[in-house]
Design a protein around this ligand. Structure first.
Ligand code: DQA
Length: 146
C-alpha cells in the first residue's frame, strides 16, 4: 500500500481550542480523520505524527523512506526552520505544504515559508478543506505527475 506521511507541527495539537476564529473548531484528530478517510478511498495508507519539537519532525522526514508523499503543516516552523526545509528537500517523494489559514493575508512574519522552495506546492487558507485538497494533489502528483 502507498503511504502518505502527514506531519503536524507545533501547537496544532491545540486545534479546536486555539484561536478558533482563525483555525476553526475542528480538532487535529478530526482533520486527520477526514484526511485519512479520503486517502483510504484512493487506497493510500496514512501515518500521522504531531510534534511540538523541530527535531522530531526532522527525524520523521528522514525516516520516511517508505512514504511516497509527505503532507506537512509545520505551524510556525514554516516561517523559521531552514533545518526542516533541508530535511524535506532531501525527501525523494512528493511533498506538499498545508495551512488552515492563509499566512499571506496575516502578519508579515508569516509571509515567508522556508518550505515553499522545496515542496511541490502549498495549499493554504481553506480551513479543513486544505487537508482534503492536499490528498487530491498527492493523488494527481503520484498518478500523473501533474
Ligand atoms: C498555520 C499557519 C502558521 O502561520 C501558524 O503558525 C500555525 C498554523 C495554519 O495552518 O494556518 O501554527 O500553519
Amino acid at each position: 500500500m502507498t503511504t502518505i506521511l502527514l506531519l503536524s507541527g507545533p501547537n496544532l495539537d491545540r486545534l479546536g481550542e486555539r484561536s478558533p476564529e482563525i483555525y476553526g473548531t475542528m480538532t487535529l484528530a478530526e482533520h486527520v480523520d477526514r484526511f485519512t478517510q479520503l486517502a483510504a478511498s484512493y487506497a493510500y495508507d496514512v501515518r500521522h505524527r504531531q510534534s511540538n519539537f523541530e527535531g522530531d519532525l526532522i527525524e520523521e522526514i528522514a525516516g520516511a523512506r517508505d512514504a511516497a508523499a509527505i503532507v506537512i503543516n509545520a505551524g510556525a516552523l514554516t516561517h523559521t526552520s531552514w533545518a526542516l526545509a533541508d530535511a524535506l528537500g532531501a525527501f525523494a517523494g512528493v511533498s506538499i505544504e498545508v495551512h488552515l489559514s492563509n499566512p499571506a493575508a496575516r502578519e508579515p512574519f508569516r509571509h515567508t515559508s522556508t518550505l515553499a522552495p522545496v515542496v511541490a506546492g502549498s495549499i493554504a487558507g481553506f480551513g479543513g478543506l486544505s487537508y482534503e485538497l492536499a490528498v487530491e494533489a498527492v493523488r494527481r502528483l503520484l498518478s500523473n505527475g501533474a
